[in-house]
Design a protein around this ligand. Structure first.
Ligand code: MN3
Length: 199
């Protein structure tokens, strides 16, 4: 069965004023659709057909650039839409909060590390919160790579990720990536991040 572009659980305008509706619409219907279509083309008729996206990414070493880039793009945006929410809780709670304090010292220090990872990722890529051997770490990856991939420097389960490609923020923020990252923080769906942390 082919990979399908997921529907968002909210309107394109739901994240305004932090992320504008036009950016969301283009990001979903053009960029994510493009990764989805190209992934399907790359997988069709190959030994990867029928595998889950997680299985493909965990064994991406040696696969084509088309599989790596579009498979990553497909997975990463699925995660990105889910961990965004309009009017969500402003901070993580419960077990996730405790784990963040244990790994980073405080939620604030985690936030600083996460924003810094997004800011310092040169060019296009992602910043991540990764569950690695029961510990939480922050990392960043270039292009559409992610921590699930067997080619990533920091490997583990991504539970939060932010897209720092310019297409994610340029209409609203132009070159001001820091402003986008700070706005992103206020849109995080902490219930979803906690679900991924526990699951
Ligand atoms: Mn993107």
């Amino acid at each position: 069965m082919a990979f399908e572009l997921p529907k968002l659980g909210y309107e394109y305008s739901a994240l305004e004023p932090h992320i504008d509706a036009r950016t969301m619409e283009i990001h979903h219907t053009k960029h994510h659709q493009g990764y989805t279509d190209k992934l399907n083309d790359a997988v069709k008729g190959s030994s990867l057909e029928g595998k889950t996206i997680e299985q493909i990414l965990q064994n991406v070493k040696g696969q084509s650039a088309a599989v790596r880039n579009n498979g990553g793009g497909y997975y990463n945006h699925n995660l990105y839409w889910k961990i965004l929410a309009p009017g969500g809780a402003s901070n993580p709670g419960g077990e996730l909060s405790d784990a963040l304090k244990e790994s980073f010292g405080s939620v604030e220090k985690f936030r600083d590390a996460f924003v810094q990872a997004g800011l310092t990722q040169f060019g296009s890529g992602w910043a991540w919160l990764v569950l690695q051997n029961n510990k939480l770490v922050v990392s960043s990856t270039p292009n559409q790579d992610n921590p699930l991939m067997d080619v990533a420097d920091v490997q583990g389960k991504p539970i939060l990720g932010v897209d720092v490609w310019e297409h994610a923020y340029y209409l609203n923020y132009q070159n001001k990536r820091a402003d986008y990252l700070n706005a992103f923080w206020s849109l995080i769906n902490w219930d979803e991040v906690t679900r991924r942390f526990k699951g």
